[in-house]
Design a protein around this ligand. Structure first.
Ligand code: URA
Length: 236
């Protein structure tokens, strides 16, 4: 159990005196009820909201977002809105992205403040699969699947791409699974076989699949099971 005013200091970053004012102004609820007394003891996992925004102690946080088109994966950008403005959480600026997507790419985006976890998601050593739905300008040629499966040399790279699996869905649509994350990799792979990506959507990372309930721009915390997908397996 922890005092509510102390909890506010730790999560919102205010002084104890300021926490008292916030409580008096009825801006804080615990499990849906307005609470005005700082000395109230709450459970560490209590559902506390400040101005309607959920607060959590600064333990590691993990979210999946359905990234919308036109948002950049960085903390600030002179031209486009960033995905972080979609995150309505205290301390959103402390989160980082585990595996960025291009501004025009949509789909599964992972955000966390746990550097070790994101390293496991993105590090080439862990060869985490990423599956993309890809829409192309031209019909997919006969050779594409084989060329991707063999690995091909992208302009400016010293090593061929790792074998990638492509499943044709339609004349101009495919599912592509890659096991690394080179810069603009999917677009460059299709460019290397003479085609052009006109739409790109990430459906899964490893065994983690984008939640179909999430509309573009929506996000939710990962479940314990989802977080554990990227942690070393416990010996049973
Ligand atoms: N490959 C790309 O070309 N763009 C992305 O956003 C992700 C993978």
């Amino acid at each position: 159990m922890i005092r509510l005013d102390k909890f506010l200091c730790d999560t919102v970053g205010v002084t104890r005196k300021q926490a008292g004012y916030l409580l008096k102004e009825k801006r804080v609820t615990v499990d849906g009820e307005i609470v005005k007394t700082g000395a109230t003891k709450i459970a560490e996992d209590a559902d506390v909201e400040f101005d309607g925004v959920s607060l959590r102690l600064s333990g590691p946080r993990y979210y999946m977002m359905n990234k919308p088109e036109g948002y950049v994966c960085s903390h600030d950008d002179p031209h486009n809105p960033t995905v972080f403005i979609l995150i309505d959480e205290v301390g959103a600026e402390k989160l980082h992205i585990a595996g960025r997507l291009d501004c025009d790419t949509t789909g599964l985006l992972l955000l966390t403040d746990d550097g070790q976890w994101s390293h496991r998601v993105t590090s080439p050593k862990h060869k985490c699969d990423k599956t993309y739905r890809v829409w192309l300008d031209d019909a997919i040629s006969e050779e594409t699947e084989g060329l991707f499966a063999e690995g091909l040399m992208l302009r400016g790279e010293k090593q061929e791409t790792l074998p990638a699996q492509m499943v044709k869905v339609d004349e101009k649509e495919a599912l592509l699974t890659i096991h690394e994350g080179k810069y603009h990799q999917v677009k460059r792979m299709f460019a290397a076989v003479g085609n052009r990506v006109v739409g790109l959507h990430r459906e899964s990372v490893g065994e983690l699949v984008l939640d179909e309930e999430l509309e573009p721009g929506e996000y939710r915390p990962l479940t314990e099971e989802e977080i554990a997908l990227f942690l070393p397996k416990k010996a049973s």
